[in-house]
Design a protein around this ligand. Structure first.
Ligand SMILES: *Cc1c(COP(=O)(O)O)cnc(C)c1O
Length: 427
């Protein structure tokens, strides 16, 4: 049986396959560039493991206090070397990206200090961390104030107002690399470097933190290569490579990371405590696979953009635009479109493929939300997934795919469902 016959058995029509072949023919150069970045990052990750003499003993389980856990400490040295920082905190006790960000902020901001976001509103969950929306234990409750400078209408940095916003109290500057679920573009590492340089020119001792979620290994350099004092992210996104079942990381200067360790555990107890619970193999191996996994997710995003752009939908970023994260937005223009697209992604999943995603009210949203995911790790968004609020412009946010072939299958299925629903016309 050839691949077309197998796809036919899985319910994908010849029309969809022909359409996909035409689109793919135009993407080979783009894919080659993605592969070149992955090759570089594979070497970078491997070199960091070699430099730190990674060995079988580093996979040993520790329990209880986790004293003398050399596997845990070595993983943090490997992360620090990958991100070219002095130190790192990489732990299963950091429960998610939001926790890692809250930790990095809470550890480095004291009462009377001010936090500045020079890139507009932060990711939804950060609103409660900061206290933009009132919440128990927010930075605001602890007397940390917040200022925000929005981007200019063309998406660029408003340097004039950033200069004005930086004052005696400004202690930490938070920069979000990925657009997340906003409509602004995601920033390149180069752009972030320019912004950090500008902020440090205004105030040399200010701490610059980058929310690196969804951005790791998309480029050959990271924000820590261009002056960030801390880079922060989730292990169930890019750097966990799909294998890490939980966790978060912060890489940065010795001073910042030491504070984070005391904040995570307790004053007096820093990095020395924290059992690894047998997760180290997954963390190391996930990091080792992450460059290839991210490349697969990027190819999926480019392929989705090219298919839906050709069908006349607005996609962000465009199929030919540079990419700074793994998220692809597709504006489907209708509720039916979102449901069909997400059914396709769900039908392609290795887990829970038989369920039908339905729009549903969600806390914190003023409209119903639809989500498609069938992942080995609950909530993992480096695995193939799509979601979005049911409201104009009816955009789905598509991300992940542990392999390019699986991401491709998901997009083929989405096209099939859209076609069956009469929402697209394939020439
Ligand atoms: C996912 C994400 C977060 C939060 O991470 P969680 O693991 O969902 O808590 C923060 N910032 C950005 C840009 C993200 O994409």
């Amino acid at each position: 049986m050839d691949i077309r016959a197998l796809y036919a058995q899985m319910g994908i029509s010849a029309q969809v396959l022909d359409f996909a072949d035409t689109v793919l023919a135009g993407l080979q150069e783009r894919f080659a560039r993605i592969d070149a970045v992955a090759e570089f990052n594979q070497a970078k990750v491997t070199a960091a493991m070699q430099k730190n003499r990674l060995a079988a003993m580093h996979f040993n389980l520790s329990s209880g206090y986790g004293y003398n856990d050399d596997g845990r400490d070595n993983l943090e040295r490997v992360y620090a070397d990958c991100f070219h920082t002095q130190a790192a905190l990489v732990r299963p006790q950091i429960t998610c990206g939001t926790h890692a960000l809250a930790l990095a902020l809470g550890a480095n901001l004291l009462p009377g200090d001010e936090l500045l976001s020079p890139v507009g509103a932060p990711y939804d969950t950060l609103e409660e961390v900061i206290g933009i929306r009132p919440s128990i234990g927010s930075l605001k409750e602890y007397g940390v104030s917040y200022r925000q400078v929005d981007l200019l209408s063309d998406g660029s940095f408003d340097y004039e107002n950033i200069r004005r916003a930086i004052n005696d109290k400004t202690k930490v500057i938070t920069i979000q690399r990925s657009k997340g679920y906003a409509t602004r573009p995601s920033f390149s590492v180069g752009q972030i470097g320019e912004l950090i340089a500008f902020c440090k020119q205004c105030k040399p001792d200010v701490i610059c933190m980058v929310d690196n979620c969804y951005g790791e290994f998309v480029d050959t350099i990271e924000p820590s290569d261009v002056g960030a004092d801390m880079v922060v992210g989730s292990l169930i996104k890019n750097p966990g490579g799909g294998l890490a079942p939980t966790g978060g990381y912060i890489c940065g200067t010795e001073r910042c990371i030491e504070r984070c360790a005391y904040r995570l555990n307790a004053p007096g107890l820093g990095k020395e405590v924290g059992a690894n619970l047998g997760l180290l193999t997954a963390f190391y191996q996930g990091l080792f696979l992450a460059p290839t996994v991210v490349a697969g997710a990027l190819k999926g995003a480019v392929f989705a953009a090219a298919c839906y752009e050709k069908l006349g939908f607005r996609v962000v970023p465009g199929s030919k635009e540079a990419r700074n994260d793994i998220i692809q937005a597709v504006e489907l223009g209708s509720r039916e479109g979102m449901v069909a697209f997400c059914s396709g992604i769900q039908a392609a999943a290795p887990v829970d493929s038989y369920v039908t995603p339905e729009p549903w009210p969600m806390p914190g949203y003023d409209s119903d939300v639809i989500m498609a995911a069938g992942a080995f790790v609950q909530g993992s968004s480096i695995e193939l997934s799509a979601d979005g609020p049911i409201r104009p412009p009816y955009a789905v946010y598509f991300q992940g795919g542990l392999t390019w072939y699986h991401a491709k299958l998901g997009i083929l299925m989405s096209l099939e469902k859209m076609h069956q629903a009469g929402l697209i016309e394939l020439q």
